[in-house]
Write a protein that binds this ligand. Structure first.
Ligand code: ITT
Length: 197
């Protein structure tokens, strides 16, 4: 069994990583197993912040560690909320944040948006890599769906004609930014295992 620590305080991310990694034989660990570590996301890119999170946690555990920094970029809002997605309109719930974003996009000719996910894999103090996934879509006219989390109810996935909150977990993972970054990570890990076999 290959052990992997998911360095995130977001239980929805943990769930999605479990859905994707456990069927492949990974033993998924999360932060509930270790003492709380305060991490400041001071980077100005998704990749930089993912590395900060993964390095901070890897120092306290004896297994490979991944963290992801992710967010929603809306073209007509200069790619906001972007790396500030979790902190955007802090103190308000996502039902409110999603309504505000729909209002801000109302009337825009270009409703395009994308979810971005950078995964950092850290295997030691100097051993790190990042993997990025992007899912392109549009901001919906109204929030729809109860699956997923965060901005999923307002993110329209063109190939399904549904928001990512209307997709099943399997459908979302098969196309999502996090799913794509995870598959790139897995390809790297498989290649590495073959080399050392
Ligand atoms: P950690 O830093 O502890 O991992 P976080 O939720 O603060 O948890 P981020 O800083 O990476 O993580 O912020 C990501 C935010 O982007 C997240 O809170 C959601 O608002 C949004 N987001 C990312 N992936 C998403 C997805 O698959 N569906 C909906 N919203 C997503």
């Amino acid at each position: 069994m290959k052990d992997i620590m998911i360095a995130t305080g977001n239980p929805n991310k943990v769930r999605e990583y479990r859905e994707m990694l456990e069927p492949l034989g990974y033993k998924v660990h999360d932060l509930s197993e270790i003492e709380h570590i305060e991490v400041e996301e001071t980077g100005d890119t998704f990749e930089a912040n993912a590395l900060i999170k993964a390095f901070s946690v890897n120092r306290s555990v004896n297994m490979m560690t991944i963290a992801d920094d992710s967010g929603l970029e809306i073209t007509c809002l200069n790619n906001e909320p972007g790396i500030h997605s979790a902190r955007y309109l802090a103190g308000h719930d996502y039902a409110y944040k999603n309504r505000v974003l729909i209002e801000r996009v109302r009337g825009a000719a270009d409703r395009s948006a994308r979810f971005v996910c950078a995964i950092a894999l850290v295997e030691g103090e100097k051993k790190a890599r990042t993997f990025v996934g992007v899912m392109e879509g549009e901001i919906a006219e109204e929030p729809r769906g109860n699956n997923g989390f965060g901005y999923d109810p307002i993110f329209l996935v063109p190939q399904y004609g549904m928001t990512s909150a209307q997709l099943t977990p399997e459908q979302k993972n098969s196309i999502s930014h996090r799913g794509q970054a995870t598959r790139a990570l897995l390809a790297y890990l498989n290649e590495k295992n073959e080399e050392t076999a």
